[in-house]
Ligand binder design. Structure first.
Ligand code: NAP
Length: 420
């Protein structure tokens, strides 16, 4: 990962802890935003961020449990309410959506599902839509509803969380800057993610992680789609300030296909790692020891989650919940650029990131249709800077378009010899 002598646009955001208030346009200032899964970690964090950033919004927290709903509403300032909704109940979903302007769908898991009930209902009721989906099949199923969303004139974004989500926008900006500043062509894009413990996330994220271990990893090498074993291909990656070097492993994540197809980068892969180190060993062991059919069965995985959850929570207390994402772009002329985003608390930053997407939609940055975050119709190019700045609030390290050597402590990778 050598540096480059090509002049680089350096983009840095001062770390801040106070949410900077956002003034929405007059017509969306008092919008009603439904946060499905708002009683959970990601949805709750999103509702909190939205209510802090835009106290004039009306936030409706939705889930199946009234007690959890009342507790969440009590934490939010300003206009907040709870509504009981089961996303598997089409009628109640449509009734609720018909009364709001935007729905943020955070009621996962998105893995191993057959349809996009919430997006279907959003199109039916002409409601703007964002999901925090982290499943490739789900995201492309959502994308296949583009024409219907266009006909209904609703803007919709799939994979609009932190990773995927903000990481896609970081990748899109690295590619755009490289194309405008260098002669070389984008050649290889790699997403690296690190989260300590469960990142303060809910049981759903544990289920998501286990379900991902049952999926073959899709990556792209020189334009060819390749299939690899989950939680294999270990690399030791330097996440820079606040995190340092961490082991990361291949996972099947939606930003790989969307970045390959929509940004036109021939080689793309995504890796993830956690701490303490033995959780990585546990994930590797589960991939090697448990039958794939078991890891693809949502109810069996749910039982596994119940078994592991108390242990994960206990160790979370020690591990903390720091997160970092590093996106690397290599170009054919040797130019290598990197983006890094590091936060002390994933449970906070995921909400800030999702709220940044919600605000972009409310500000009119998204065209009617269904879009991935890296598509200019999803987040307009001129709105990316604002989205990244908003999402980066509270980060301890956020840099874009820097050569790798400037952000690393000691550039070195230990892997299995083949890097995708
Ligand atoms: N893109 C990203 O950056 C990103 C990052 C982290 C997580 N995620 C995804 O976010 C999702 C949520 O994770 P989490 O940690 O917030 O999980 P969580 O704490 O378990 O929350 C899940 C929420 O969904 C609700 N819910 C579940 N099934 C429902 C149903 N049938 N109808 C209505 N509400 C339902 C739950 O409420 P009740 O059970 O009370 O109904 C709860 O509010 C996961 O799928 C995860 O993969 C994405």
């Amino acid at each position: 990962m050598a540096g480059t002598s090509v002049p680089l646009k350096i983009f840095m955001v001062k770390a801040s802890t106070d949410a900077e208030k956002v003034q929405l346009p007059e017509k969306t200032r008092n919008s009603r935003v439904l946060v499905l899964g708002g009683t959970g970690r990601v949805g709750g964090s999103t509702a909190t961020a939205l209510s802090n950033l835009c106290p004039d919004l009306q936030i409706i927290v939705a889930g199946r449990n009234r007690e959890k709903g009342a507790a969440m509403v009590a934490k939010l300032r300003g206009n907040a309410d709870f509504v009981r909704v089961d996303i598997d109940d089409k009628k109640s979903l449509e009734t609720t959506l018909s009364e709001v302007d935007l729905v943020v769908h955070a009621a996962g898991p998105f893995q191993q599902t057959d349809n996009c009930t919430v997006l279907d209902a959003a199109i039916e009721t002409k409601t703007a839509y964002i999901d925090v989906c982290d499943d490739t099949n789900y995201s492309w199923r959502a994308k296949s509803l583009k024409k219907k969303a266009l006909a209904a004139n609703i803007p919709a974004i799939t994979t609009g969380g932190i990773y995927p989500g903000v990481s896609n926008v970081m990748a899109a900006e690295l590619v755009r800057t490289a194309k405008s500043e260098s002669e070389g062509k984008p050649k290889r894009l790699r997403f690296y993610y690190y989260t300590a413990g469960s990142g303060g996330a809910g049981p759903t994220i544990l289920a998501t992680s286990f379900l991902l271990l049952g999926e073959e990893v899709v990556a792209y090498s020189k334009g060819e789609k390749i299939r690899l074993k989950p939680y294999s291909g270990r690399l030791n990656v330097d996440f820079g300030k606040g995190i340092g070097k961490r082991d990361v492993y291949l996972l099947n994540l939606p930003e790989v296909r969307s970045a390959h197809e929509l940004l036109g980068v021939p080689s793309v892969s995504a890796r993830f790692g956690t701490a303490p180190f033995f959780w990585n060993w546990g994930m590797e062991a589960m991939t090697n020891l448990l039958p794939v059919e078991f890891l693809r069965d949502r109810s069996k995985v749910q039982q596994l989650v119940q078994l592991f959850d108390p242990w994960v929570r206990a160790i979370d207390g020690i591990a903390g919940e720091r997160m970092s994402m590093r996106v690397d772009l290599e170009c054919s002329d040797g130019r290598n650029t990197v983006g890094i985003f590091t936060h002390r608390r994933l449970s906070v930053s995921v909400g800030t990131a999702t709220a940044a997407f919600a605000l972009a939609v409310l500000e009119g940055s998204t065209q009617p249709g269904v879009w991935f975050p890296e598509e200019p119709e999803g987040i307009a190019i001129e709105a990316r800077d604002v989205l990244l700045k908003r999402a980066a609030q509270g980060t301890i390290n956020f840099v874009m378009n820097k050569p790798a050597w400037m952000v690393e402590t000691d550039p070195k990778e230990v892997g299995l010899g083949i890097y995708f």
